[in-house]
Design a protein around this ligand. Structure first.
Ligand code: AKB
Length: 340
């Protein structure tokens, strides 16, 4: 008999790492994961892991012959800065990979005559404010506003959201065969900050990089201006958002795509909090005009009232507790252990 699993793509990335730990805390979950890379030691025993490419359709075919996939967390993606250097590859991974996974979910649903849940993390990168004046004026952006991304990654994510919506509502709408039920659910994340992992290839990376560099005693040149402001959230809250949305009763959801956020900070305000914790930290601002332009196009804050109303979203950490209780103590400990 085939085994029932929760399938996680992009498993060795930052969100995957934290999500696998949380899913494994519930002993009843059986996890199957996929990534181009092998997993770090601490999560390796928690999941059956495949090293491979989400674009490898024969690998996906083998997985469905062995496993019954009930839920998919499709995390695999090339982030915004990296995607600007390889836009065609970004399109392949971020769009074609998503399409392949949605097709896999549709097949699973047809064979088994049951809904398959598909969780998709999107991003503030799907927004595109045309100039700083608009960014300052339209502060807490709602889901349907300013959906005009200026990065390949933002374009890929907004189209991934549309593909998911299409598969959920209209896929094979004229066919006569067995209906498909994809229960697509999506959160748009702000910049994410983990105490235990570092991002790579994103444009919001200056936030986590500044804190980790200070804890390591390394100087940091921040690639955006002091006044650059975007929303952020801790990694535990990002994982809670995915899990809470997955657990929400379908009938409570008035949308398929939800903003979620915790706090907004300028790069200068992050620097001030880092200096308060690590007074010797050396942080300089050397803005890179091109990466700055991407940050300027992302909203200063998100309106996440729909998520709060429909499925009770609320972040565990506000700005003070994020720094004082989660980031600073854990990051300090992490580098103390490494230098010991
Ligand atoms: C990135 O910077 O590309 C990501 C994001 C905000 O989606 N961290």
């Amino acid at each position: 008999m085939r085994k029932h699993v929760i399938f996680i793509t992009g498993a060795s990335g930052e969100v995957g790492h934290a999500l696998i730990r949380r899913l494994a805390e519930d002993g009843g979950n059986r996890l199957l994961s996929l990534d181009l890379h092998s997993l770090p030691d601490d999560i390796r025993p928690l999941t059956t892991h495949m090293v491979g490419d989400i674009l490898d359709t024969s690998l996906l075919g083998r997985l469905v012959s062995e496993y019954e996939i009930d839920t998919i967390y499709h995390l695999a993606a090339l982030l915004s800065t990296r995607s600007e250097f390889t836009p065609e590859m970004a399109h392949q991974v971020n769009v074609e990979g998503t399409l392949d996974l949605l097709k896999l979910a549709a097949e699973q649903s047809q064979w088994r005559s049951r809904p398959i849940q598909f969780l998709f993390p999107s991003s503030i990168a799907i927004y595109g404010m045309p100039d700083l004046e608009s960014k300052n004026l339209y502060n807490r952006v709602r889901e349907w506003e300013w959906n005009q991304p200026r990065t390949m990654y933002g374009c890929n994510k907004v189209y991934g959201e549309m593909l998911g919506t299409y598969f959920c509502n209209h896929y094979r709408q004229l066919a006569t065969e067995q209906p498909v039920h994809i229960d697509f659910r999506c959160v748009r994340f702000p910049g994410l900050i983990s105490a235990f992992t570092l991002p790579s290839g994103g444009t919001s990376d200056y936030g986590p990089e500044m804190i980790h560099a200070a804890a390591k005693g390394e100087a940091y040149n921040c690639f955006v201006r002091e006044d650059a402001r975007i929303p952020f959230m801790t990694m535990p809250d990002a994982v809670s958002a995915l899990l809470t949305l997955a657990a929400a009763p379908r009938e409570k959801l008035t949308r398929l795509i939800y903003n979620v956020t915790s706090f907004s900070l300028s790069a200068g305000e992050i620097r001030d909090r880092v200096i308060a914790a690590f007074p010797a930290a050396e942080i300089r601002f050397e803005p890179d005009a091109k990466r700055q332009a991407i940050i300027d196009s992302w909203p200063a804050d998100l309106d996440d009232s729909a998520a709060r109303r429909d499925w009770g979203w609320h972040p565990q950490y506000d700005v003070a507790t994020a720094f004082e209780e989660y980031l600073i103590p854990n990051i300090r400990e992490r580098y103390r252990e490494r230098s010991a």
